[in-house]
Design a protein around this ligand. Structure first.
Ligand code: ZN
Length: 354
């Protein structure tokens, strides 16, 4: 029965004459309605007849379930419904933009967008001239937000709990920065540009994937707080000992135990080029050799000061570990690089005799 009725409904749209029957005169209810229409002004017989011809009755299905509305209804879909996560993301993004707008309106020097789960930041450029504090912790920033380089007066930047893999070299542009927190990220190295921030007083790179701390950390002369906990660090650079203002050094949950020292303190021979350059500089041979080829000159100019003496150090030098006690009596390993075997022997015998 059902397919037949479906057929009836569909064929009704194609050919009305087959599916309907005209209303008979014996149907009082409908007749009455026509009388009403007549009273309301249908007083011309021809017009009423024409109306009667149009009045048709469809052979309806017996129950609503049997009816197929697909052919007679237009079903519209406004848009694809958003998931709960997508809606929340849109709301948090809007809130973050609102926070930025309020900061601009009231010219606040601090802005916290902590825990907004943002993958992109709102426009921070309008805040460039006055923002001092910016908290972007607990977001979803996959890369270091380069927008912060435009914040000329920023002193505190917090980026805890983001999946950031590296800090770009351009961080050296943030000359006013005093505190950088970039813990619980995915950093595997620290850029040289970071150690150009001589105003930096606090640095937190804890719980990343760092294996070494660069020797250049000694350039951060204003540093009072350094947190390197929860990394894969086996030895500290000796330049940390030169940080005169360092009051707090946090380094738990690394590989600094003496058990690992033997593995990393194996002396490796120096490169002949580095040794030759060291001899050339030590004996001031440039006085005899006035015309030096450019390649040799480049090698001779590429040095840093030795960790054990005031002389020049070429290449990695002779690397060795010396353990020093910290303020709590804990012996910590520091990596030294000496310029020559003689320099190494002198320094090591002096250090171990103390
Ligand atoms: Zn030396």
């Amino acid at each position: 029965m059902f397919p037949e009725r479906m057929l009836e409904q569909r064929s009704f749209l194609r050919d009305e004459e087959k599916e309907v029957r005209f209303l008979g005169e014996e149907e009082d209810e409908d007749e009455e309605s026509f009388e009403d229409e007549e009273r309301d002004g249908f007083d011309v017989d021809g017009e009423i007849l024409a109306k009667k011809r149009k009045k048709k009755r469809v052979t309806y299905a017996e129950s609503i379930e049997d009816m197929d509305f697909s052919a007679t209804f237009i079903s519209g879909v406004a848009c694809k419904p958003l998931s709960w996560e997508e809606e929340e993301e849109i709301q948090l993004k809007a809130k973050a933009e609102m926070a930025g707008s309020l900061c601009l309106t009231y010219r606040r020097t601090g802005l916290s967008l902590k825990g907004y789960f943002l993958s992109q930041l709102p426009d921070l450029l309008p805040l460039a001239d006055f923002l001092v504090y910016l908290n972007l912790s607990f977001n979803c920033l996959c890369s270091f937000p380069k927008e912060v380089f435009h914040l000329k007066h920023l002193e505190v930047l917090k980026l805890r709990n983001n999946p950031i893999k590296f800090i770009p070299e351009e961080i050296n542009q943030m000359a006013t920065l005093k505190c950088l927190v970039i813990s619980f990220n995915l950093l595997t190295s620290l850029p040289a540009g970071l150690f150009a921030l001589t105003n930096l007083e606090g640095l937190d790179v804890s719980y990343n994937e760092l294996e070494t701390i660069p020797h250049d950390i000694g350039n951060l002369s204003a540093l009072t707080y350094l947190n390197i906990e929860g990394n894969f660090i086996t030895v500290l650079p000796c330049s940390v000992l030169k940080l005169n203002f360092l009051k707090r050094l946090k380094l738990e949950n690394n590989f600094l135990h003496p058990y690992f020292w033997n593995e990393i303190c194996q002396l490796q021979p120096q490169r002949l080029t580095d040794l030759a350059a060291h001899c050339f500089a030590k004996h001031k041979m440039w006085k005899k050799h006035r015309h030096i080829p450019k390649k040799i000159e480049e090698i001779l100019c590429n040095f840093r000061i030795c960790d054990c003496c005031p002389g020049p150090l070429y290449g990695d030098g002779l690397q060795f570990i010396c353990a020093y006690k910290n303020e709590y009596g804990l012996r910590l390993p520091y990596l030294f690089c000496s310029c020559s075997p003689t320099c190494y022997q002198e320094y090591y015998s002096r250090a171990t005799s103390q």
